[in-house]
Design a protein around this ligand. Structure first.
Ligand SMILES: [Zn+2]
Length: 111
């Protein structure tokens, strides 16, 4: 991943660090709304992002995920799924920069 992108995610994560769960879910909603305006193709991708991820987690759990994501940026493993090691699509990272899993692994975890 390019440094520029990494920096952007890092900034977002640092911002999220002192937000409450409600504020984070609002931030994600804004990203998703912007995505919707981009077009039909991108919309298919955003449908795979669920805001539910945030709503299901406690504030503490989200802060932990944000903190872990910042650590992964530091050690250079950020942007890859922790389970299958595939690259997580940027559109998903833009909406949920702290997510440790790609969409399919996220679904697996829920089972
Ligand atoms: Zn995965």
């Amino acid at each position: 991943m390019k440094n520029k992108c990494l920096q952007r995610y890092q900034q977002t994560l640092l911002m999220m660090q002192d937000r409450s769960r409600d504020e984070i879910s609002r931030m994600i909603q804004v990203v998703l709304d912007n995505d919707m305006a981009v077009g039909e193709h991108d919309r298919c991708v955003s449908e795979s992002i669920d805001k539910e991820l945030v709503l299901e987690h406690t504030e503490q759990a989200i802060q932990n995920m944000v903190c872990n994501a910042l650590t992964r940026i530091e050690d250079g493993t950020y942007g890859r799924c922790l389970q299958c090691f595939h690259v997580i699509p940027q559109v998903r990272l833009s909406a949920i920069p702290f997510t440790p899993y790609c969409v399919s692994c996220e679904r697996e975890q829920e089972k």
